[in-house]
Design a protein around this ligand. Structure first.
Ligand code: P70
Length: 464
């Protein structure tokens, strides 16, 4: 018998369930009809036809009783809502940025920042692209340049900080284009397209020092900063005794501002903001928010939404919360990995990323292995996932050709505080089932392609 000292002790979610939402179970025949109707694109499925929805962790988390109570305190004034001031206070306290421009979600903050900071011909270096972020940079006349370390593009590399910037790459970009043509360096925490991989504090410090030398700003995509902070606490030498809040603050203190989709870390269904330290940039952003979003004290959110974000920001840096959140994702990842299924390692913070290229080695990228795998998983069990490969990467605006990303992934994204460990078991077993029958899987061809962000609405048919 294990002694008390060596006995394994489990952890559990630091909350209990107060309200439930029923899930619809479907038959294989029903799923077959639904995915065909959806053009083999999981974005086009009706949520009603989905059993366990791992499409995204964005806006899908469960709010706490405190957040719901905050919703009842909404001050729905057009101007100067008290909830705006609560949110401003929370952003100042938790992130430390001076000025706040609320927006309805993350991409609107990216839009405003890109329009005010980027001139045609500029380049924006960053630690891997994100779809909406890069598109807004391009729409403003800029070009994204990837400066993440090579390990980030290798699904099998066990590097603990695959979100780190390759400083030599960044230096080369600065030398080639000149600091005058670099409005800012874009640093994401818990890098989404790399599989939810963190950047280290040490690397961010070095990025800051290099940018200071050249007078270049560092702007932070803070969407999942608390999750990144958890990995720093776990993995970075000297950080084990820091609180999540202190690490989040240390990250933000090394940057000049952030774009934020509050739909992730901040545990709300809608919301976002741009936060800036620079007075002039803030002034420009505040002028622009009234054109596209709404007055600068609500920017596309209701007062109640801003209150829920303010409370959610505080909850996001709670250690027990973030440990359970990242722990649930790790549980799912380990379970899938044990079945021998190829996944991105280390397991990321917001989801498990299946390596579709290794899963379906007989399929060429031209027939969209990740898109195909996402459709097959839905067919097997009603689990909805998201393609993060060739379809998401889109076309190169200069050549018009499909980009062929090194990572051809399917993302199983876990909403916060929504599903139980038993749901994770069901998901892992379904992935294993599809893996067992992988040889029989054929690819897809695209029959409808939208001009921008094609993954959202593209339609496919099975190849013969
Ligand atoms: C996802 C969502 C949104 C997001 C993000 C990072 C690191 C900005 C945003 C934009 C939703 C999504 C968006 C595009 C394609 C697929 C899914 N990510 N930065 O599921 O924020 O959605 O609020 O405008 O992850 O990963 P928002």
């Amino acid at each position: 018998m294990a002694s008390e000292a060596t006995r394994h002790r489990s952890w559990a979610e630091p909350y209990k369930i107060k309200m439930v939402e029923h899930l619809k179970m479907t038959t294989r025949a029903e799923r077959d009809a639904a995915i065909r109707e959806a053009g083999y694109n999981t974005f086009l499925l009706k949520s009603e036809d989905v059993y366990i929805d791992l499409l995204t962790d964005s806006g899908t988390s469960a709010m706490s009783d405190r957040q719901w109570a905050g919703m009842m305190l909404g001050d729905e004034a057009y101007a100067g809502s008290r909830n705006f001031y609560h949110l401003e206070e929370a952003v100042r306290e938790i992130y430390g940025y001076k000025h706040l421009v609320p927006t309805h979600q993350g991409r609107s903050a990216e839009h405003i920042l890109s329009q005010i900071a980027i001139k045609p011909g500029d380049v924006v270096p960053g630690n891997m692209y994100f779809t909406t972020t890069r598109l807004h940079q391009e729409l403003a006349g800029g070009r994204f340049v990837d400066v993440i370390i090579d390990e980030a593009h290798d699904s099998a590399s066990e590097h603990p900080f695959k979100g780190d910037v390759d400083l030599a790459k960044l230096e080369r970009v600065i030398a080639e284009y000149g600091a005058d043509h670099i409005p800012y360096v874009c640093i994401a925490t818990a890098v989404n397209m790399a599989g939810g991989q963190p950047i280290s504090l040490a690397n961010l410090r070095a990025v800051r020092a290099l940018c200071d030398k050249h007078g270049i700003r560092v702007i932070h995509d803070a969407t999942r900063v608390a999750e990144n902070a958890y990995f720093i606490k776990e993995r970075e030498p000297g950080c084990a005794d820091m609180t999540i809040a202190a690490i989040v603050r240390a990250i933000c203190d090394l940057t000049d501002g952030c774009t934020m989709s509050a739909k992730k870390d901040a545990l709300v269904n809608i919301g976002g903001f741009l936060a800036l330290n620079d007075d002039d940039l803030f002034d420009a952003a505040r002028n622009m928010v009234v054109v596209y979003e709404g007055l600068h004290t609500y920017g596309g959110m209701a007062g109640r939404d801003m209150e829920a974000v303010a409370i959610g920001l505080h909850e996001s840096v709670d250690y027990e919360h973030i440990k359970a959140r990242v722990g649930q994702v790790a549980y799912l990842g380990r379970k899938i990995h044990e079945f021998g299924v190829p996944i991105v390692v280390p397991i990321g913070s917001h989801g498990v990323f299946l390596d579709a290229e290794a899963f379906l080695p007989h399929l060429d990228q031209d027939v969209y292995p990740a898109q195909t795998l996402a459709a097959e998983l839905y067919l097997d069990s009603g689990v909805r996932s998201m393609e993060r490969g060739t379809v998401s990467a889109g076309r190169d605006p200069e050549t018009g050709q499909d980009r062929r990303p090194k990572l051809e992934l399917v993302r199983l994204t876990v909403p916060r505080r929504v599903y139980t460990q038993a749901h994770m078991d069901v998901v892992a077993e379904s992935v294993a089932e599809v893996f067992d029958h992988r040889d029989a899987i054929k690819g897809l061809r695209m029959v409808y392609e939208p001009a921008q962000l094609r993954f959202f609405q593209a339609r496919f048919e099975p190849v013969a």
